[in-house]
Design a protein around this ligand. Structure first.
Ligand SMILES: Cc1cc2nc3c(=O)[nH]c(=O)nc-3n(C[C@H](O)[C@H](O)[C@H](O)COP(=O)(O)OP(=O)(O)OC[C@H]3O[C@@H](n4cnc5c(N)ncnc54)[C@H](O)[C@@H]3O)c2cc1C
Length: 287
């Protein structure tokens, strides 16, 4: 039970929602799978909740090779999983979304909510980071585009201002891609990650641009830019892969919490990139 009172609005137009959200203490809601949990725990006490799900304008998915992918804020996680182009061109992101909670959670939850909640453990984020995703933020005073890598500022914190909402997530199409998202959790299916690792290879049979991002290893999800720069254009020899994995590990600053120790997370940050390279058939280790 939620033991405090709050107002609930369900506007049907974006204008109406943006007007309401200019008020201090008014929170946007999509699936509510994070927001309502936090309200029940009294971690958040909104004056009002503005439910965005009835705004038709926020229910869309578009894809073209020229413009890339754009996902409206109100599209559910299950709807994203069902888009063939997401599975085909953004496999790491697709696997990350599919790994969130159970089917029922994915039926309500959204990618915009996963990002808006800004947990370091958000499973949709590492894949999106490897694809250079951006956010379209809108407010009464207009629109701005923010790179996803610049959105998060700490656990539960981001650069969104009062009155602003994530309108959509934009994911450029940069060429054919292969990839894997691997999540270690305490139980299968229903837990946040102890650590999550996304490895995406753009243009795998050409220039082979290897990208890595991790969840639950720092105050925000992180992309391992230094490791990526190191491995660019290099042959995947045991020495190069070792250094690549060392640099991925260096990009992390894990803590100990209920889901795992910082030592375990730090170790896994080095193990997982190697595992994913192997699973994608890019690197064969002598046993
Ligand atoms: C049983 C269960 C299992 C879960 N398992 C996982 C898991 O495995 N991995 C994982 O990553 N998460 C997990 N979650 C967390 C949650 O389901 C996801 O983060 C989900 O994607 C949140 O989406 P939502 O639409 O429900 O967000 P909401 O709860 O509606 O909103 C989340 C936050 O974003 C803000 N917000 C909402 N809409 C917008 C907007 N348009 N613009 C800006 N901010 C906005 C809200 O104010 C709130 O702070 C789980 C949750 C539950 C209850």
């Amino acid at each position: 039970m939620i033991a405090f009172t709050f107002d609930y609005y369900r506007p049907t137009t974006l204008d109406e929602a943006l007007n309401l959200l200019t008020n201090e203490g008014f929170y946007p809601q999509l699936g509510g799978t994070d927001l309502i949990v936090k309200m029940r725990n009294k971690a958040l006490k909104p004056k009002a909740v503005v439910d965005l799900k009835a705004i038709k304008e926020l229910h869309f998915v578009k894809f073209s090779k020229e413009e890339g992918l754009e996902i409206g804020a109100a599209v559910t996680l299950n709807e994203v999983v069902a888009v063939p182009e997401v599975a085909k061109y953004y496999p790491t992101f697709h696997q990350g979304v599919r790994s969130i909670g159970a089917y029922q959670t994915r039926n309500r939850g959204t990618v915009a909510g996963n990002i808006g909640n800004s947990s370091p453990a958000a499973d949709s984020v590492p894949g999106l980071l490897t694809h250079n995703a951006k956010l379209r933020l809108v407010s009464k005073s207009g629109e701005r585009i923010v790179e996803l890598k610049d959105f998060f500022t700490g656990p539960g914190k981001n650069v969104r201002q009062q009155g602003e909402i994530i309108y959509s997530i934009i994911v450029p199409f940069e060429g054919e891609a292969i990839g894997r998202y691997y999540k270690i959790g305490r139980s299968r299916g229903f837990d946040l990650s102890t650590i999550g690792a996304a490895l995406t290879v753009i243009d795998p049979s050409g220039n082979r641009d290897i990208r890595v991002a991790l969840a639950s290893v720092a105050p925000t999800p992180v992309r391992a830019f230094e490791a990526e720069e190191f491995i660019k254009g290099k042959e995947l020899t045991p020495e190069n892969v070792e250094e690549f994995c060392n640099l991925v590990q260096k990009s992390t600053s894990p803590i100990t919490d209920a889901r795992g120790t910082k030592e375990y997370r730090y170790e896994m940050a080095k193990v997982l990139p190697r595992k994913l390279l192997r699973e994608l058939g890019l690197f064969k280790e002598a046993i």
